[in-house]
Structure formats: structure tokens, C-alpha cells
Design a protein around this ligand. Structure first.
Ligand SMILES: [Zn+2]
Ligand SMILES: [Zn+2]
Length: 233
């Protein structure tokens, strides 16, 4: 247990986590640094092409990396792992169902007409749905959300009101399901059970493009409205 002090106003204790987005590369992929402002411990989320900039921020801040947490194994979300590994030995976490994707990173690149020769460091730990990944005094709860990839997870910070959703859902759109191991049915089930069950005001920090909220997508996302016929609006 942490020794969080109670809020004298009696309102729920606000969390300690602060998120910064780093976007870049040919896929305009979003990586994130989640920092506990009380301890300066940081989680690195999805270090893609922009990883060197993330490393610079870690260096400048003098922060300690607690873990490297991957929402899924697609190349654009993991191609910067080596740059992060050169900076820190903090463990890399990935759901085991996406391990084959990581192993086939070179093939993934070829499928997009790209060359990728760097060797990716292997994950150190398996992400287990239901567990909480630590970030200093805070935590990211693991929600299993396959469909875009077989081992996709969403990382939810309930005390801080945000979720790192990778490529499950975007502002006005949803993740593609035509890549190996993808399934539209499973993606829609994941959105219904793991995203739309979160409070409306929850910030959704996406793997590409601008952030959104659960409420905004519940009411305005054309893919959800057509699939669920407004059931969740
Ligand atoms: Zn992806
Ligand atoms: Zn992506």
C-alpha cells in the first residue's frame, strides 16, 4: 500500500500521473511518457519512431524508468525499443499473444515496403489482463482488448482519468482489422466491454492522431453508431 494522504476536502484523491505525447515517424505514431509527479518514476508506452526524443526527455528530466509497456506488437509501436533499451534496463512488457508480431518485425516492415534491420530487444515480462502495472505511486490497469491485434491491451489509469488505448479506437474511427490476427468482431467486442464501460469523461490517448474521450466516441463515432445502432449513445 502507498501512504497517500487523504484529500481534506473529502473528494476522491486525484492521481499523480502526468502524460506527455510524442508523435512522429511515417505512421505518425503516438508514444507516451507517463510520469508520477510525486516520485519522478516514468513508464514508457509504445516507443515508436519518436523514441530518441523520448530518451532525450528522460535524460533532461533525470527520471527513472519503471517499465516499458507495449499496447501491442505492431512495428510502428515498437521500432524504438532499441533506443530505449540503450538508455534503461527497465523491463519491457508485452501480452504473449503479440509476441509473434514482434518476432516478425522485419516481415511487418517489408509488408509496408520498408526496410527494418535493427534487432529488437525481446520482452522481459508478459502482460497479464487484470493486473496493475506500477508507475511510481500510480498504476495502469490492464484491460484485454484484442481485435486490432491478438494480444492488444488498453492501459487504464482510473485515479487519473485516462486510458492509453493504442490502436483499438481513434477520434471518429476504429483500429484496422485486416492485419494478421485481426478480427472486426473481436475489436467491436473489445470496444464494447473495455472502452464503453469507462466513465464518459475518460481521456482516450490513442496510438495515432488526437486524443478523444469515451463520451465523445460513444455519441459521435460513426463506426460504433453503425455497429451498435446507437445502443450506447
Ligand atoms: Zn497497430
Ligand atoms: Zn499503430
Amino acid at each position: 500500500m502507498s501512504d497517500r494522504t487523504a484529500d481534506p476536502s473529502g473528494s476522491p484523491q486525484r492521481g499523480s500521473l502526468e502524460v506527455t505525447k510524442y508523435a512522429g515517424g511515417p505512421f505518425q505514431q503516438n508514444g507516451y511518457l507517463v510520469r508520477c509527479t510525486r516520485t519522478d518514476r516514468v513508464a514508457v508506452i509504445d516507443p515508436g519512431a519518436v523514441a530518441p526524443t523520448m530518451v532525450q526527455a528522460l535524460r533532461d528530466g533525470g527520471w527513472t524508468v519503471e517499465g516499458i509497456y507495449l499496447t501491442h506488437g505492431h512495428l510502428d509501436h515498437v521500432e524504438g525499443l532499441e533506443a530505449i533499451r540503450e538508455f534503461t534496463d527497465a523491463p519491457i512488457h508485452l501480452h504473449p499473444a503479440d509476441l509473434p508480431l514482434l518476432d516478425r518485425a522485419v516481415d511487418q516492415a517489408a509488408a509496408f515496403g520498408m526496410k527494418f534491420s535493427a534487432s529488437l530487444p525481446p520482452p522481459d515480462k508478459e502482460i497479464v489482463p487484470g493486473e496493475a502495472l506500477p508507475v511510481g505511486d500510480g498504476e495502469l490497469q490492464v484491460r484485454f482488448a484484442p481485435g486490432h491485434s491478438p494480444g492488444h491491451v488498453v492501459l487504464y489509469a482510473p485515479a487519473d482519468g485516462f486510458a492509453l488505448v493504442g490502436d483499438v479506437i481513434f477520434q471518429g474511427s476504429i483500429g484496422r482489422t485486416d492485419l494478421p490476427g485481426g478480427s472486426l468482431q473481436r475489436l467491436m467486442d473489445s470496444i464494447k466491454s473495455q472502452i464503453l464501460t469507462l466513465p464518459d469523461e475518460t481521456r482516450l490517448l490513442t496510438g495515432h492522431g488526437p486524443e478523444t474521450t469515451v463520451g465523445q466516441e460513444r455519441r459521435g463515432n460513426p463506426f460504433l453508431i453503425s455497429q451498435f445502432r446507437g445502443e450506447f449513445a
